[in-house]
Design a protein around this ligand. Structure first.
Ligand code: PEP
Ligand code: MN
Length: 363
């Protein structure tokens, strides 16, 4: 997919123009020329067999759509009604697949594989992160999580090993081959984190840090965008739109629990966000049961629910000694619990996989 990044401005309208199958480059160019004459900016062109053109501009869209549809090479020209454009299903029907290199080859998030990302809340030491990585890989995890930059409620709590933590993560990748996901909290650290991480995590508290979101557009790495503590699904999609509109189409979304009146769990996992998002967007969706419930005992059942509801994966916290963890110990699985959870999830994941690839799910 080729993306031509152009700045978006207020009150612009967007349309997508779907070309007829096997249109030639000249035909696509002719349509692009007409779109430009109408004063629209071409924002994205994608597709091999069928080219789809995204365009942003102002003016009388209805007239423009009609004249574009009158061109013989154009199959369809439609206005995108959702406030989020590039992340909407109206723009792209096929699911976005984010491919990462791991010890098993590649893992396709949003594809035919249920991705399991796991590791400690924070990177604490070389011994800790390598032990975690080996344990994660041995039980079937493919992505290692670990925070080097930590968003903490209290300024007196551990804030992360920062650059040293990133180096330790890279070492763990070197040893195990796992892909690495880690959080970036500030605009100024995007390049540094992107140097080490395979996926950049945007934490719940930064979901609407628009300066940060904009700078992710050019970071060259896939992003996992976590839903804000009190954010709606639409706000989550608008934040994802920022990243995609600024040039980075490789975004996955993460439901990690939202604030409600309920106090028995740390947050309330909005499990229905998964099918809702699957209706609205082509971006992959994962669930973080650890931050959702805040209690390690409740993580495995929620992980099962994530598989059953059709999420593309999960991200969970595990630690060699949770009671001594520097952050989020209460919700971190012991290694034993992690292994048991993975064993118990296997038949559910097999069903998930069968339904993804269209096989009959029941014998
Ligand atoms: C984390 O993943 O450790 C984290 C801080 O997550 P969230 O942003 O969802 O609270
Ligand atoms: Mn955590």
């Amino acid at each position: 997919m080729r993306f031509l990044a152009v700045a978006l401005s207020r009150q612009k309208k967007q349309m997508i123009i779907s070309m007829k199958l096997h249109s030639t480059k000249q035909e696509v160019d002719a349509v692009c020329q007409r779109i430009s004459e109408f004063g629209y900016k071409i924002h994205a062109i994608e597709g091999e067999e069928r080219v789809v053109i995204g365009a942003v501009g102002t003016g009388d869209t209805t007239n423009h759509l009609e004249s574009l549809e009158a061109m013989p090479q154009v199959e369809k020209a439609v206005r995108i009604s959702a406030p989020y454009k590039f992340v909407s299903k109206e723009f792209k029907k096929s699911k976005t697949v984010i491919s990462l290199r791991t010890h098993t080859g590649t893992v396709d998030i949003g594809g035919d594989e249920f991705v399991v990302m796991a590791g400690p809340c924070s990177v604490e030491s070389e011994k800790q992160i390598i032990e975690c990585a080996e344990t994660v890989a041995a039980a079937g995890g493919t992505v290692l999580r670990g925070g080097a930059f930590k968003p903490r409620t209290s300024p007196y709590d551990f804030q992360g090993l920062e650059a040293e933590g990133l180096k330790l993560l890279a070492k763990a990748r070197e040893i195990t081959g796992l892909a690495i996901i880690t959080e970036v909290m500030a605009d100024k650290d995007v390049d540094l984190v992107a140097e080490y991480a395979d996926v950049l995590q945007i934490g719940a508290r930064n979901m609407q840090n628009f300066a940060l979101l904009k700078s992710l557009g050019r970071c060259g790495r896939p992003i996992m965008l976590k839903r804000g503590l009190s954010s709606t699904i639409k706000e989550l999609l608008m934040s994802a739109e920022y990243i995609v509109a600024h040039g980075n189409p490789n975004v996955m979304l993460c439901e990690r629990g939202i604030r409600t009146f309920e106090t028995e769990t740390r947050n309330t996992c909005d499990i229905s966000a998964v099918p809702v998002l699957n209706e609205l967007t082509h971006l992959p969706v994962v669930i973080d049961p650890s931050h959702a419930v805040g209690n390690r005992k409740l993580v495995p059942p929620l992980a099962r629910a994530a598989v059953a509801i059709g999420a593309d994966g999960i991200i969970v916290e595990t630690h060699p000694c949770p009671e001594k963890a520097w952050s989020d110990g209460a919700q971190s699985l012991t290694f034993e619990q992690w292994r048991t959870m993975m064993k118990d999830l296997a038949p559910y994941i097999a069903l998930w996989k069968a339904s993804r690839v269209g096989e009959p799910v029941l014998a």
